[in-house]
Design a protein around this ligand. Sequence first.
Ligand code: GSH
Length: 206
Amino acid sequence: MIIVHHLENSRSQRLLWLLEELKLDYEIKRYERAKDMSAPDSLRKVHPLGKSPILEEGEVTWVESGAILEHLAEAHARFGRPESVDEARRFTQFLHYAEGSLLPPMFVLLVVMKLGILGLPARKPMKRRIEEHLDYVEHELEGRTWFADERLTIADMMMSFPLEAAQARGLLGEARPNIEAWLKRCHERPAYQRALERGGDYAYAG
Ligand SMILES: N[C@@H](CCC(=O)N[C@@H](CS)C(=O)NCC(=O)O)C(=O)O
């Protein structure tokens, strides 16, 4: 049996999406965030880092969304690495880019905004940095349906959380039609809708 330790309004929504696309049986243990947005201590009983998602598969416990998604895509031979060299490169790149490059400045901006007046000098430079990323992503989606292939892959699933968060936080602005259209395509998928129903309220789904 697969168990997903799912923190509300979190990256973990991507895992539910993949599980629904794969039509796998799974159980969800849902956790609510504290006022400061942190995960409850009970998640540390499952894994010392206490971060979500956590996937339990029999005796094995998996953490890191990218690793979990890669593992499931490989195990079920779906939504994984495309065959062509160029598409495979894009697949690996965006799989890692979501957590490795796009989310960190967005997280820093969140912290900077919480600092109030103390964070004021950092707001503009952080926003500019994020703009650069969003311009790049917008350009990479030009003329494409999905990030790495003509079909949906886990690279798209990984990219969904940062781009949903950017949309929800008003960071996309007016000039990002490719990102907006891509988000719409993701959200229209029946498996995405089922994942939303299973996961409960999710603040970032447009
Ligand atoms: N790179 C990790 C990040 C995990 C992570 O930071 N998860 C957040 C959810 S969006 C979390 O659990 N935050 C609660 C906390 O840090 O207390 C992954 O992709 O799984």
